[in-house]
Ligand binder design. Structure first.
Ligand code: ADP
Ligand code: MG
Length: 730
C-alpha cells in the first residue's frame, strides 16, 4: 500500500485552486458581519442605542429592560442575515476561543414555536464549564462559571460554511467571581492604565479624560499542504515536527522573505482576508516571512481589547479557511527545527481621547516633555518588571525561540535607537542632577526637528531586540505566535499603570517641596533613567557577548517556562496586581497552576508522540530497509564476491543498527523519566521534571538518531513527509 507520504505528494498535482472572489472592494464588505454602532443605530430605539453607546464607551452597566431591547435589536439584525443561533464567545485559558451555540428558537408555554433572544441571555450565561482550566479555583462540585457580555467589543456573525452564528464577546468568571479567562484581567489592566495615565497626562493637558492602550499585532505563521500535515502525526498532535532532518536548502539563500507570494497561498490569504474584513478585522499587510512556507499578516492597530479579540478571532478564521484550500496553518512557535520560528509582534502605544499618541515625539517642548514622560515610564516599567514580562510570554512552544539561539533572546532588554539614547544620556548626565529655571532651554528638547532622523534610525532597526521603540510605539517581539495577546498585554499595561502611579507620587513630592511642575517632572525622569538604564541595549541581542554583558548588568536570562513562571507568584507581583485590582492572590496562584499544567501536558504529548513515532513508524521503516541490505549482502556474498564489494552496505547496515539502538534506548529512558515525573505531586516540580529530565535530556537525543536514520534509510521506505516536501512542495 502506498504510504500517506507518497499519496500526499501525488495529491499535490490534483489540488485545484479554490476560487476566491476577485477584486472585492474592502470598504464594501468591511464590518458587514459586525454589530457596529452604526448598524445598532438602525436596529435600536433611541433609548436602547444610547444605553449601548454608554456601556460601549463608558463601561456603564446595562439594566434588564434595556438589555431586552438591545437583544431584540441584535436578533433582528442577525436574522436579517440568516442567523438562527447565538453564542457567548469567550477566551478561556487555552489560547483558543470557546463557544456554545443556542438557537433563538424556543417553545412558548402552549407549545407555539417562536424565535426570541432575551436580554438576560445576552448579558449573562452559565456554561457548564467544568472542563476548562481553572487551576483549582472552581471546586469540582461547583462547575458553574459565568460568561458576561463585554459591550466594549461588538457582537459579530461568524460564518462557517453556510452556517451563521451570532457571537457575543464575553468575559468568563467563576461562580465566586474569579476570572477564568484571558479577557477579564486585561480589561481591568486597561482600566488601571486609563486611571493612572490620565492623572499623568493632565500635567500636560487638562483636556485629557481618557487614555487607551493601542495594539497592532503582527502574526507570523506557517502554511503547509493539508495532506502532508495529515501524514505527520507529530504535526497533528503537537503542532510541530518532533523529527525531521533539515533540507539541503533551508532559508540560507534568503530568497523567501518579501519574495513573491506563491499562488496557492496567495489565494488562501485573500480568502481569509475577506472573511476577516467582514468581521471588521482591519488587516493591512501580508508578506512572506524569513523561513520557507512562513508568512505574516498585520492589521491596522486598534484599541487593545478589540485588537485582542480580533487576533484570537483571526487565528480561528485562518485555520478554518485553510481547510477550504486543503492547507493547514501552523501557529506553533517552532514547527520546524533549523529554520526560523514564528512570533507575534505586539506593537503597543498609549493614546489620549484628545487624539494624541503619547509615545510619538511631539512638536513643541511641552508635548516633547509629555512624550519623554510616557517613554521613560515605559522603560522603567519594563526594567522593574522584566521578569514578569518574560513570564507573560512563557510557553512550551515559545521556549524553542526564547533561550534557544533564536530571535529574540530570553533576556528582556529595550532598544530605543541612537537618537533617543543620546536624549536620555543628556537628561541623565545633567550637571549636578538638579534642574532649575534656567534649564528651560534644556526642556526644549528639539525632538520634533529630528523626527525624520529618528525614523531613519528606525528603518535600520534592531531586529534582535525583544522590546524595541519604533518611532511612535514599542514593539514587543518576544510574544509567541500562538499566544493570546491578552496575557502579555495584561502585564504590560499593568506595569505601566503601576509605574505611572508611582511617577505621579514622585512628581507631586517635588511639587510639594516647591519645585515648578516641569522641573519636578524632569527630576523624576532623570531618576527613572538612572534607575532603569541597565535594561537599554542597542547591540546584537543574539550574541554570546550580550548574554555575558546582561549577566553583569544583573538582567535575568530565564530560558525555560517552569522557571519563568515563578515570577507570577512573587510577593512583588502579588502586590502589583492586587493594588491595581487586576488579580487577587488566589487568581494568580490559579493562573500559575494552569500555566504549569499546560506546559506539562504539552511536553507530555510531545514525548508520547515521539515515543510512538519512533517505535511504530521509524523503527519499522529502518528495519525493512535493513532487510533489503541484508538480502543484498547475502546475495553478493553467495555469488562469491569479496567483502570489499559490499562494504558500503555493511557500513550502512551497522550505522542503522546503532541509530536504532540509540533511538530506542532514548525512548525507553524518556518513558522512565516520564513515569518518575508523573508521580510528582507538586505541579512546579513536575513541570521542572518534564522540562529538564524528559525534554531536556531526551528530546534532542532521540531526534538526533531519528534524523540520522532519515538520511540513511531508503527514501521510498520513509513514511513521514520530509522537510523539503512540507516546506517547498505546493
Ligand atoms: P513593521 O514593524 O513590520 O515595520 P508596521 O510599521 O507596518 O510594521 O507596523 C506594525 C504594526 O504596528 C501595525 O499593526 C500598525 O498598525 C501598528 N502600529 C502603528 N502605530 C501604532 C500605535 N500607535 N499603537 C499600536 N500599534 C501601532
Ligand atoms: Mg514589526
Amino acid at each position: 500500500m502506498q504510504s500517506l507520504r507518497f499519496k500526499a505528494i501525488e495529491n499535490l498535482r490534483s489540488n485545484t485552486e479554490v476560487t476566491v472572489k476577485s477584486s472585492v472592494k474592502i470598504t464594501g464588505i468591511f464590518g458587514e458581519n459586525v454589530f457596529t454602532l452604526k448598524t445598532a443605530r438602525q436596529f435600536l430605539s433611541d433609548e436602547a442605542y444610547k444605553s449601548l453607546v454608554s456601556s460601549t464607551k463608558g463601561g456603564k452597566k446595562i439594566d434588564r429592560s434595556m438589555g431586552n431591547q438591545i437583544a431584540n435589536g441584535l436578533r433582528a439584525w442577525a436574522e436579517s442575515k440568516g442567523v438562527t443561533h447565538y453564542t457567548h464567545w469567550f477566551q478561556p485559558l487555552t489560547d483558543l476561543s470557546a463557544e456554545k451555540h443556542d438557537s433563538f428558537f424556543t417553545l412558548k408555554g402552549d407549545g407555539t414555536p417562536i424565535e426570541e433572544f432575551e436580554g438576560a441571555a445576552l448579558i449573562q450565561q452559565e456554561p457548564d464549564a467544568s472542563s476548562f482550566p481553572s487551576g483549582g479555583l472552581r471546586a469540582t462540585f461547583e462547575a458553574r462559571g459565568y460568561t458576561a457580555w463585554d459591550p466594549s467589543s461588538p457582537a459579530f456573525i461568524m460564518e462557517i460554511g453556510n452556517g451563521k452564528t451570532l457571537c457575543v464577546p464575553t468575559i468568563y468568571v467563576s461562580y465566586t467571581g474569579e476570572s477564568l479567562d484571558a479577557k477579564t484581567p486585561l480589561i481591568k489592566a486597561l482600566v488601571a492604565l486609563d486611571k493612572a495615565g490620565v492623572e499623568v497626562a493632565q500635567y500636560f493637558d487638562k483636556n485629557v479624560s481618557k487614555i487607551t492602550a493601542t495594539l497592532g499585532w503582527e502574526q507570523e505563521y506557517f502554511v503547509i499542504d493539508a495532506a502532508m500535515a495529515n501524514a505527520r502525526p507529530d504535526i497533528m498532535m503537537t503542532g510541530r515536527t518532533v523529527f525531521g532532518h533539515s533540507p539541503a536548502k533551508g532559508q540560507q539563500l534568503e530568497d523567501h522573505y518579501f519574495g513573491a507570494i506563491p499562488e496557492r497561498i496567495y489565494s488562501f490569504m485573500r480568502d481569509y482576508e475577506q472573511e476577516a474584513y467582514k468581521l471588521g478585522i482591519p488587516l493591512r499587510t501580508r508578506h512572506n516571512e524569513v523561513a520557507p512556507s512562513q508568512f505574516e499578516c498585520a492589521p491596522i492597530f486598534e484599541e487593545t481589547n478589540l485588537a485582542v479579540d480580533h487576533n484570537t478571532l483571526l487565528m480561528d478564521v485562518m485555520a478554518r479557511v485553510a481547510k477550504r484550500h486543503s492547507l493547514v496553518v501552523l501557529l506553533h512557535e517552532k514547527p520546524f527545527a533549523g529554520i526560523n520560528g514564528s512570533g507575534k509582534h505586539n506593537n503597543w502605544s498609549i493614546a489620549t481621547d484628545t487624539g494624541i499618541n503619547l509615545l510619538a515625539p511631539g512638536k513643541t517642548p511641552k508635548t516633547n516633555l509629555m512624550f519623554l514622560t510616557f517613554f521613560v515610564n515605559t522603560i522603567k516599567a519594563v526594567h522593574d518588571y522584566a521578569g514578569l514580562l518574560r513570564a507573560s510570554i512563557a510557553s512550551a512552544g515559545n521556549d524553542h525561540r526564547l533561550g534557544a539561539n533564536e530571535a529574540p533572546p530570553a533576556i528582556i532588554s529595550i532598544f530605543i535607537g541612537k537618537y533617543l539614547t543620546e536624549v536620555l544620556k543628556q537628561v541623565e548626565t545633567r550637571v549636578g542632577g538638579k534642574f532649575d529655571e534656567q534649564d528651560e532651554a534644556m526642556l526644549k528638547l528639539d525632538i520634533h526637528k529630528t523626527i525624520p532622523e529618528l525614523m531613519l534610525d528606525n528603518t535600520d532597526r534592531n531586529r534582535t531586540s525583544p522590546f524595541a521603540f519604533t518611532g511612535n510605539k514599542f514593539e514587543f517581539r518576544a510574544v509567541g505566535s500562538s499566544a493570546n495577546c491578552a496575557i502579555n498585554m495584561t502585564v504590560l499595561n499593568t506595569i505601566v499603570a503601576e509605574t505611572l502611579k508611582q511617577f505621579k507620587k514622585d512628581v507631586d513630592t517635588y511639587i510639594e517641596k516647591g519645585d515648578k511642575k516641569e522641573i519636578a517632572i524632569m527630576q523624576v525622569i532623570q531618576k527613572y533613567i538612572i534607575e532603569s538604564k541597565s535594561i537599554l541595549f542597542e547591540g546584537d541581542g543574539y550574541s554570546e557577548d550580550w548574554a555575558k554583558e546582561a549577566q553583569k548588568r544583573g538582567l535575568a536570562n530565564v530560558k525555560t517556562t517552569p522557571l519563568a513562571l515563578d515570577e507570577y507568584i512573587t510577593d512583588a507581583t502579588k502586590k502589583l496586581f492586587k493594588s491595581n485590582d487586576i488579580y487577587t492572590h488566589a487568581e494568580l496562584e490559579a493562573r500559575h497552576e494552569i500555566m504549569l499544567e499546560a506546559y506539562i501536558k504539552k511536553v507530555q504529548i510531545e514525548a508520547r508522540t515521539m515515543g510512538e513515532l519512533a517505535t511504530s513508524l521509524i523503527l519499522p521503516s529502518a528495519v525493512k530497509y535493513q532487510n533489503v541490505l541484508i538480502e543484498n549482502i547475502n546475495g553478493l556474498k553467495a555469488s562469491g564476491l569479496k567483502e570489499a564489494s559490499y562494504s558500503s552496505q555493511l557500513r550502512v547496515l551497522e550505522q542503522i543498527s546503532n541509530h536504532i539502538n540509540a533511538m530506542s534506548t532514548g525512548v525507553q529512558h524518556m518513558i522512565e523519566e516520564r513515569k518518575k515525573a508523573n508521580v510528582i505531586t507538586d505541579t512546579r516540580q513536575k513541570a521542572i521534571a518534564y522540562c529538564d529530565n524528559v525534554k531536556g535530556k531526551y528530546f534532542d537525543e532521540i531526534r538526533y538518531h531519528v534524523d540520522k536514520l532519515e538520511m540513511l534509510v531508503d527514501d521510498t521506505h520513509w513514511l513521514l513527509p520530509k522537510y523539503r516536501e512540507m516546506l517547498f512542495l505546493r
